[in-house]
Design a binder for this molecule. Structure first.
Ligand code: NAP
Length: 254
């Protein structure tokens, strides 16, 4: 018998091969969910699966699995859904959009290619995954919870990230629309805004800039990705059954 606040649920996590996505898989599985770890890099998604114990027990949906997924390509997203349906005979009722990239530069120097790439993964990717998986949930008349990972900079802006900030502000707007449209199907959609989380994506932040940011964080430190996984799992669970269309900072007070 699996126990926990998401026991017996099936979760799809994108960007699951690293950082927040990997931590989300770990906390969701600790709380009883079966996890589909999806990432551009299949091997890293499989590495994530190897870090979590087998899902076993009468109420478990099945064992965890890893899939290759390019979130910006609709055919790849559809294939991920088809694979999940074939394997588990039902769509995931928890969907976590954690895949994301940065390609930083100043506004005056940003190439069109880097702008398009970041928007394609962070914004369009979130759209495609939400649309594809929410369609499957409504077709099966299943309730669900979608958690989109935006960023605190989507709210306040950040120099050198015109593409990233634009994409993350867009994720907030899209999440609000999705919450309005999907609420009647009992599919909740929420966005979270992480601050500085200790994952590979922030390794490119120059040390001087990082020091300045740390000085502005009231808690005085970066977060462990597991702390973000805890919030994701709360939003995935029925503990947050009346939380819908919310935009929640997880930034240590930044
Ligand atoms: P991360 O460690 O770099 O993880 C991102 C994961 O997404 C990587 O495994 C990456 O795979 C995967 N990915 C990239 N492009 C993809 C695509 N097109 N399709 C599928 N998967 C793709 O970064 P993270 O810190 O965990 O970030 C997770 C989310 O949180 C992102 O949306 C990020 O913008 C957001 N966020 C992070 C922070 C922070 O401080 N860490 C703050 C605010 C928001 P590869 O490594 O193979 O490319």
């Amino acid at each position: 018998m699996v126990t926990g606040i998401v026991a017996g649920r099936l979760a799809l996590v994108t960007g699951a091969g690293s950082g927040i996505g990997r931590a989300a898989c770990q906390v969701l599985s600790r709380e009883g969910a079966t996890v589909i770890a999806a990432d551009l890099n299949y091997d890293s998604a499989m590495e994530t699966i190897k870090t979590i114990p087998l899902a076993s027990g009468a109420n478990a949906v099945g064992d965890h699995s890893a899939i290759e997924l390019e979130v910006s390509q609709s055919a790849s997203v559809q294939k991920a859904l088809d694979t999940a349906m074939e394997h588990y005979k039902a769509p995931p009722t928890i969907i976590v959009n954690s895949a994301g990239i940065v390609r930083d530069n100043w506004l005056l120097k940003m190439s069109e290619e880097d702008f398009d790439k970041v928007v394609a993964v962070n914004l369009k990717g979130t759209f495609l995954v939400m649309q594809t998986f929410a369609k499957a949930l409504t077709a099966a008349s299943l309730p669900g919870s979608i958690i989109n990972i935006s960023s605190i900079v989507g709210k306040y802006g950040n120099m050198g990230q015109v593409n990233y900030v634009g994409s993350k502000a867009g994720v907030v707007g899209m999440s609000r629309v999705a919450a309005l449209e999907l609420g009647k199907s009992n599919i909740r959609v929420n966005a979270i805004l992480p601050g500085f989380i200790d994952t590979p994506i922030i390794k490119s932040v120059p040390e001087k800039v990082m020091k300045e940011f740390l000085a502005r964080i009231p808690l005085g430190r970066q977060a462990d990705p597991v702390e973000v996984g805890e919030l994701i799992t709360y939003l995935a669970s029925e503990k947050s059954s009346y939380v819908n269309g919310a935009v929640i900072d997880i930034a240590g007070g930044l």
